[in-house]
Design a protein around this ligand. Structure first.
Ligand code: AMP
Length: 413
């Protein structure tokens, strides 16, 4: 079924065409008619499935023309808020509808000015939005559509109390759309509190990983992890590579060593300043940097076109993070490879991941690599460890405007 058959408005259809989409993805096919019909939705879908357009297109169609602030979209991170706002703005380019991205990290001035000028769609992270609500710059009294996006990440980041507060400030009569890769009982509870007779849509179920991605485990001794990463980068024909580290400190260290080996490297984690993060992402997307080293939280949901490889330098701590990381490659029909470096102490994590995705990941050896003994990571004194809490600490509610998902550049070949 083409987009034309979905009852989207003419200017929105033109926006879709300008975005270069030819056919709707499965979640778009299922969600668009329900959203147009005014129903509430619980969508379990990851980023990479076309989820943003699945809610943005019918919402824009229903809004029609510029008026009051009628749509609120909540996102867990500033990167996601920026990305989703850009998507709305792109799809709305042939309408007179106005969007704003609200998040912390930079000044309040521009955001206040835009709010005062009048917007139809607010895409926000909870913290900064709350600031405006408390000071009275913004009211949610005209909101008729509330989108709670990536709710599982909001939960991970401890945002749920603020999110509940924000929901409570929206009119009761409204349409609510909730998206979450997984729907554990805590999220079901939020859904019962915020949604009315929702339709459940499960697409690209969270446990499956994109079939166009080729996975491999690369067992290696702890002492040779970095050498193997270098050798993989050397031997692989890649366009742009995302390297995942479990900790911020680890990410910095990997980046330093890759730079020393003459790779052009960007780093993305929560301790970097907003400007550094913007520069890293834009540079990675434009092809200035061929490698981006990131932590899970920082990379969550970001849409980087043209990521050809994901390398898990560290095995993710939670099985679902494996799926999130791998989701960065092979998006929207592209083909990608996902390599995971595995040291002996990761055996249990790998078992959990394989159980979670319901598939066995093949083990490979890199030909010509001078493998030494497969020794595990030496025990560290406790003070040297970066705790899980520190490692996963969410970025301060930061601010930026503008689009990251349109660059899609190529790196070295
Ligand atoms: P999302 O799941 O919303 O993060 O979208 C993932 C990627 O797929 C983004 O780069 C979108 O621009 C792209 N995309 C979304 N819908 C379509 C479509 N119908 N056809 C082609 N690409 C799409």
């Amino acid at each position: 079924m083409p987009f034309k058959a979905l009852n989207l408005s003419e200017p929105v259809l033109r926006g879709v065409q300008a975005a270069g989409y030819s056919d709707p993805t499965p979640i778009q096919l299922r969600a668009i008619p329900i959203v147009l019909g005014g129903g509430d939705v619980i969508g379990s879908a990851q980023t990479g499935t076309g989820k943003t357009a699945a809610f943005a297109l019918p919402i824009l169609t229903k809004l029609g023309h510029h008026g009051k602030a009628r749509v609120l979209v909540l996102e867990p991170t500033r990167e996601l808020a920026a990305q989703v706002e850009t998507a709305f703005r792109d799809f709305a380019r042939f309408t007179d509808l106005r969007t704003v991205a609200i998040f912390g990290g930079v000044g309040y001035g521009n955001q206040r000015a835009e709010l005062r000028r009048g917007v139809d769609i607010i895409v926000a992270t909870p913290g900064r939005l709350m600031d405006y609500l408390k000071e009275g710059t913004l009211s949610l009294r005209d909101i008729n559509t509330l989108v709670l996006d990536e709710v599982d990440h909001m939960l991970d980041m401890g945002f749920l109390p603020v999110v509940k507060d924000i929901i409570g400030r929206c009119p009761r009569e409204r349409q609510t759309l909730l998206f979450s890769a997984t729907v554990p009982p805590e999220i079901q509870a939020i859904a019962s509190f915020a949604l009315r007779n929702p339709t459940r849509i499960e697409v690209g179920v969270a446990r499956t990983v994109n079939e166009s991605v080729k996975h491999a485990l690369y067992p290696v001794g702890y002492a040779q992890k970095f050498d193997l990463l270098l050798a993989l980068l050397e031997k692989t024909d890649f366009d742009s590579v995302l390297v995942f580290s479990r900790t911020k400190h680890g990410a910095d260290k990997i980046a330093r060593r890759l730079k020393a080996a003459n790779h052009s490297v960007a780093v993305l984690h929560a301790n970097r300043s907003q400007n550094q993060r913007m520069e890293a992402l834009a540079g990675f997307k434009s092809g200035k940097y061929e490698v981006m080293v990131a932590t899970d939280i920082a990379a969550r949901g970001i849409d980087v076109a043209g990521v050809s490889h994901v390398i898990n330098y560290d095995v993710p701590e939670k099985p679902e993070d494996y799926v999130h990381r791998i989701g960065r490659t092979g998006r929207a029909q592209a083909v990608g490879d996902a390599f995971t470096l595995v040291t002996p102490e990761n055996a249990g994590d790998i078992r959990d991941i394989q159980r979670f995705i319901g598939a066995k990941i093949p083990e490979l050896r890199l030909e010509g690599f001078p493998y030494g003994p497969f020794t595990p990571r030496p025990e560290q004194p406790p003070q040297q460890r970066e705790s899980r809490h520190q490692a996963a600490q969410h970025p301060r509610d930061g601010d930026r405007r503008g689009g990251w998902n349109r660059f899609g550049g190529r790196g070295r070949r």
